[in-house]
Design a protein around this ligand. Structure first.
Ligand SMILES: *Cc1c(COP(=O)(O)O)cnc(C)c1O
Length: 343
């Protein structure tokens, strides 16, 4: 049995958190003279620090108690908070599986935390033979898995993630930023079983709210309580909370957009394989494609010159560009431009 509080940094356990005005009085009243707000205006009041309405809506949608839901100012904020919660600077370490999302390493560096790397295998899946022995190394607190993985686009095999959850006594983060584009089931269904599991999702990708900055962590209530203890008091603005609620009220429309995007992903995949400069296309369950080209840098600059910006991942994965699936006409433009590329 994992003792979660033993994984929390001692200084965080001992921390007396800041208590905001809206924390000390959260009811409805006539006159508020407690938060040094400007009495006039429309955005003059501090927002709900605990995002009650938004959590209630997400709770209903995901069929999970609100006590296992944490909202961040984007999931990037949550990644940083996880370091601050579990990793003692200069002492603890984390494991990442490159090539993967870059923020894990950046947040590690910012929090003076060592990073152990266990590269994904040739199919971009978990290399268990290398990974499992790492769990016995001293002070490995958190493991970051990204599925579907950015920038490779594939889902990590559920069997291997399960093996990791069964073997690792630290925190297992499964970053599901792209889950809504995939056919795989979310790990949020396993939270009851694995108290050390933290699932990250975001409204930035499938929900089309990148500008609003709303990220979600699903975890055991103890972890959610600690995250709440260390977060900036009003980390999710009223505008963010409103935008998220509004979007969640039109789920059918969101689903239609996702379905459309998946159709475009398949069409783009098929068409790309017919283009000479495109050597290999990696299978994707996300809203982007990882594509290997004859000369990735040359293709990158050629596209840029023609007004199309893709992500150059050549230094991370040799010969590869990451291409986000766009609108049908944007994808057409991409395909036509690539066809005119002379290698
Ligand atoms: C885009 C992305 C994020 C960041 O999401 P925000 O909620 O916008 O901060 C997190 N993880 C992965 C894997 C991503 O690709």
């Amino acid at each position: 049995m994992i003792d979660l509080s033993q994984l929390i940094r001692p200084s965080v356990r001992a921390l007396q958190p800041y208590s905001s005005a809206r924390n000390e009085y959260s009811g409805i009243s006539d006159v508020y003279l407690d938060a040094n707000e400007n009495p006039s205006g429309t955005l003059n009041r501090y927002p709900d620090p605990f995002q009650g309405e938004l959590k209630a809506r997400i709770s209903e949608l995901k069929k999970l108690p609100a006590s296992s839901i944490f909202i961040g100012n984007g999931s990037d904020e949550i990644i940083d908070l996880l370091f601050r919660l579990f990793c003692d600077p200069g002492k603890d370490s984390v494991v990442i599986l490159p090539p993967t999302y870059g923020m894990y390493e950046v947040c590690a560096a910012l929090n003076d935390t060592d990073v152990l790397t266990c590269p994904l295998d040739t199919a971009f899946d978990i290399d268990l033979l290398t990974l499992l022995p790492m769990f016995t190394e001293q002070n490995v607190k958190v493991l970051f898995l990204c599925s579907p993985n950015n920038p490779t686009g594939n889902v990590l095999s559920p069997d291997r993630i399960l093996e990791v959850l069964n073997q690792f006594n630290g925190i297992v983060v499964v970053d599901e930023a792209y889950i809504d584009f995939s056919n795989t089931t979310s790990w949020i269904n396993q939270l009851e079983r694995f108290k050390n599991l933290v699932v990250l999702q975001t409204m930035s990708k499938a929900f089309g709210l990148a500008a609003a900055r709303v990220g979600i962590a699903y975890a055991s209530p103890i972890i959610v309580e600690y995250l709440t203890k260390i977060k900036p008091p009003y980390n999710v603005s009223l505008l963010n909370q409103r935008a998220a609620l509004e979007r969640l009220s039109e789920i059918a429309l969101v689903q239609k957009e996702i379905d459309q995007l998946k159709i475009e992903r398949e069409r783009l995949s098929l068409e790309l394989t017919k283009i000479p400069c495109c050597i290999h296309l990696f299978p994707s369950e996300a809203n982007f494609l990882l594509v290997q080209f004859t000369d990735a840098d040359a293709v990158y600059y050629f596209l840029k010159k023609n007004g199309i910006i893709v992500r150059n991942r050549n230094t991370q994965i040799s010969g590869c560009l990451r291409i986000t699936v766009g609108l049908p006409k944007e994808n057409d433009l991409l395909l036509n431009t690539l066809k005119s590329f002379n290698q």
